[in-house]
Design a protein around this ligand. Structure first.
Ligand SMILES: Cc1cc2nc3c(=O)[nH]c(=O)nc-3n(C[C@H](O)[C@H](O)[C@H](O)COP(=O)(O)OP(=O)(O)OC[C@H]3O[C@@H](n4cnc5c(N)ncnc54)[C@H](O)[C@@H]3O)c2cc1C
Length: 722
């Protein structure tokens, strides 16, 4: 260490720390929070947070591809499963048919993440995601029932933390459905604050002297629990008699509990918005298990919270983004095809600008969502555990799906409202709030995880400084602190000059179309990084409580992430001319959101004189904005592409199950296209000008059109039976 640094520490850093400590400016982080913070890793969110993203490095990340086996599974087993599942019937009977459950088990749908050596399918995260996505385009119940055993639960936990004998016993049985798993964390007093669970296990010695655990648990909202044979249970392990000689409270622990054990009560069900997937409370009274039931055995004692945080951090990027993307594709495909076949005022409703505007918006959002889902899952397959990106994906995908499905419902009008076998959208619509709530309810995911966790994990210096402080390592803290200051100054300068040049000073990596967007992202990143450091400097640990503000930072980070993923998709797919307009609207929309979030930050960052400075910066920022007004013509162009170009529609809504009512919609659309010339002849020259073939074409098109526009009705007996 140089003399200069020694002096600096003595006369600057130490006194500074004392002042900051006395003002409560430095964060105090509980053990539970620390575990959550340490879970997973940092991927390109770190670049975007740095203020100087290296786009060459970002775009060099691999894009995922399906293996031949995964392709074949999607085309065969998944299609077969979809064709076996009639969603209306599932709702009527309030369960999947037995033959569907049997098929799921036989074809190892419940063991997609389990390696082949244990009898599972051993799919990549991308393959697994595509299966969930396609199932979601047919039936939410189907998608959820397959999704849960493949996401956070016994299999995932065993794969990472299980003992060999636990893996060998359970994994083959989970893969072929002999065991049905559920994962039980949530409790009445512990929802978002999952670390505060009350369920507990007491260590004791049985009559033979063997160590056992007596469990008391009260869980709720547990998916699959009423039919589960094995519970992945999270509880607090206590050792009041100090049998292990460690401490009385051993911490959150995860164990596998056989539901056949005495004391387990699976007798009740919840009714989640009428969607008939299995979701239920789950209680246990004096349920006895052995130490060997703890995941990881002795090593797993007290490590439950770490296991949960690590697994949840990865899972957030897969399950819900896949169901949400599937649901969005279903909504877009249905709405755009329906708009071409449904006529009002003598023309297809898709030709009305009001409808075209909505389809345009849905198209751009679905393009962006699919891009971000694919890019993120590619990273997971590449070994990354991008905790903040996954939280962004969970939030953004479920929120976008909620908006897209509502838009589609509006377009279908009464046909989306009237329940019955002909209704394609209503059941997917019921699922939107469920996706928002699970795996971390969205409001908290936005404010606390994306930015709260992001600022500590993704910031190049914040986490290091906190760690150094905790260890009392003043030297490291001093080094990082001054590097941090340099970083802030650099970002301030970058942000200023990139702002002045509107991003043109950034030299883009590649692409004619994408270059300008990349420049704006680089500029947004510099401004974001600078401003988040300013907010940290003003508020310190208090920023965590200013959720309205941190939520806006989260929005900027999320938009930058989603837009970067869209650029990657556009490049990966060979910069297709017809996709330019999708990219353009997605970009304009994202940059407008970024502008809105920056405006909110400037307006609310501080009060008094400082507040006035920020407000004037906000005024300049409004004049020098990133976004632009979305052109009506661009929205209409997207709509025209999706309503009239079947190939583009299929590509944007790829991986959709095309059977059932969707197929009827497609057939009607096709028949109407084939009858177009005959219809125009009829209009201009009258019926006498048509030959028999033309008459048949028109007749068939009208019949199919009427069929898909028709909705269900029930006689009174049927209605009251429903
Ligand atoms: C259908 C369904 C299936 C589920 N499946 C499972 C399962 O299989 N296993 C399992 O263990 N759990 C499961 N859950 C539980 C789910 O993960 C929880 O519902 C979720 O964590 C939220 O808890 P809560 O519903 O009690 O909401 P609460 O914690 O009461 O939250 C209420 C609201 O407050 C917000 N909030 C909370 N804290 C903050 C904060 N600090 N800042 C800002 N906002 C905050 C939340 O975002 C939310 O909007 C399921 C839930 C449902 C509804």
């Amino acid at each position: 260490m140089s003399v200069l640094q020694k002096l600096r520490i003595q006369f600057f850093t130490k006194p500074l720390l004392n002042v900051l400590n006395s003002q409560g400016f430095l964060p105090s982080i509980s053990e539970t929070e620390k575990t959550a913070l340490r879970a997973g890793g940092v991927w390109i969110e770190g670049d975007l947070f740095s203020g100087r993203p290296d786009f060459a490095k970002i775009f060099a990340n691999p894009y995922p591809k399906l293996s031949d086996e995964e392709h074949s599974f999607l085309d065969n087993e998944v299609d077969e499963l979809c064709s076996m599942t009639d969603d209306w019937e599932v709702f009527q009977k309030r369960d999947l048919p037995e033959e569907v459950w049997n098929y799921l088990k036989e074809k190892r749908f419940l063991g997609m993440i389990i390696p082949k050596e244990f009898g599972g399918l051993g799919f990549s995260a991308y393959g697994h995601s595509c299966v969930i996505e396609k199932l979601a385009t047919r039936s939410q119940v189907l998608a959820i029932s397959v999704m849960v055993p493949n996401s956070l639960g016994p299999a995932e936990l065993l794969l990472h933390y299980g003992l060999e004998q636990q893996k060998e016993h359970y994994l083959p049985r989970l893969a072929d459905g002999r065991e049905i798993p559920c994962f039980a964390l949530t409790e009445p007093a512990a929802g978002s604050d999952a670390g505060s669970i009350q369920s507990h296990g007491i260590l004791f010695k049985d009559s033979t002297g063997e160590l056992k655990i007596k469990l008391q648990f009260e869980k709720r909202y547990i998916t699959l629990s009423a039919i589960a044979t094995v519970i992945g249970l999270a509880f607090v392990l206590k050792d009041p008699d100090n049998l292990l000689g460690r401490s009385e409270n051993l911490g959150i622990t995860c164990a596998l509990v056989d539901t056949a054990k005495e004391g387990v009560d699976q007798s009740r069900r919840h009714d989640p918005l009428g969607i008939p997937f299995v979701n239920a409370p789950l209680t246990g009274k004096d349920v006895t298990i052995s130490i060997d039931d703890i995941i990881g055995g002795h090593k797993g004692i007290g490590n439950g919270w770490k296991m949960l945080m690590e697994s949840l951090a990865v899972g957030r990027g897969i399950s819900l983004p896949s169901t949400s993307t599937g649901g969005s594709k279903l909504a877009l495909f249905t709405a755009s095809t329906y708009s071409a076949v449904r006529y009002q005022f003598g023309i297809a409703i898709g030709k009305f600008e009001g409808i075209a505007e909505v389809i345009g918006r849905m198209g751009a959002d679905t393009y962006l969502l699919d891009a971000a889902k694919t890019f993120t899952i590619g990273a997971i397959d590449n070994g990354e555990k991008p905790v903040v990106a996954n939280a962004i994906m969970k939030y953004q995908s479920t929120e976008k799906f909620r908006r897209i499905i509502i838009d589609a419902m509006d377009i279908l009008g009464g046909a989306a409202i009237s329940l019955g076998p002909k209704n394609i959208l209503a059941h997917a619509y019921f699922g939107a709030p469920v996706a928002i709530t699970v795996e971390g309810a969205n409001i908290m995911t936005r404010t606390l995880i994306q930015f709260g966790q992001g600022v500590i994990r993704c910031h190049p210096y914040a986490y290091g400084q906190i760690e150094a402080l905790e260890k009392g390592d003043i030297n490291t803290f001093d080094t990082l602190f001054f590097a941090h200051i340099k970083h802030v100054i650099r970002n301030g300068i970058r942000s200023f000059f990139l702002g002045l040049s509107r991003g043109y000073l950034h030299r883009p990596v590649q692409g004619n179309v994408t270059a300008r967007y990349e420049q704006k992202l680089s500029w947004a990143s510099a401004k974001f990084a600078f401003l988040s450091d300013v907010a940290l400097a003003i508020m310190g640990a208090g920023l965590k409580r200013r959720e309205s503000l941190s939520g806006r930072f989260a929005d900027i980070l999320a938009q930058m992430y989603m837009l970067t993923a869209s650029l990657k998709r556009f490049q990966e797919e060979g910069e297709r001319k017809e996709d330019e307009v999708l990219l353009k609207v997605a970009m304009a929309n994202g940059f407008n959101e970024i502008d809105k979030a920056f405006a909110g930050i400037y307006q609310n960052l501080s009060q008094g004189a400082l507040g006035l400075i920020f407000k004037s910066m906000g005024f300049y920022s409004k004049l020098n904005s990133f976004g632009s007004v979305i052109q009506d013509t661009d929205l209409h162009k997207i709509s025209a592409l999706l309503t009239t170009n079947g190939a583009v529609r299929k590509r944007v809504c790829n991986n959709l199950y095309l059977g059932g009512r969707i197929n009827e919609l497609l057939e009607a659309n096709q028949a109407m296209l084939e009858a177009q010339q005959a219809v125009s002849k009829l209009k201009h020259s009258g019926e006498q000008a048509l030959d028999e073939t033309e008459k048949d074409l028109i007749k068939r098109a009208r019949k199919l059109q009427n069929d898909v526009v028709a909705v269900d009705s029930f006689n009174h007996d049927e209605y009251f039976r429903c």
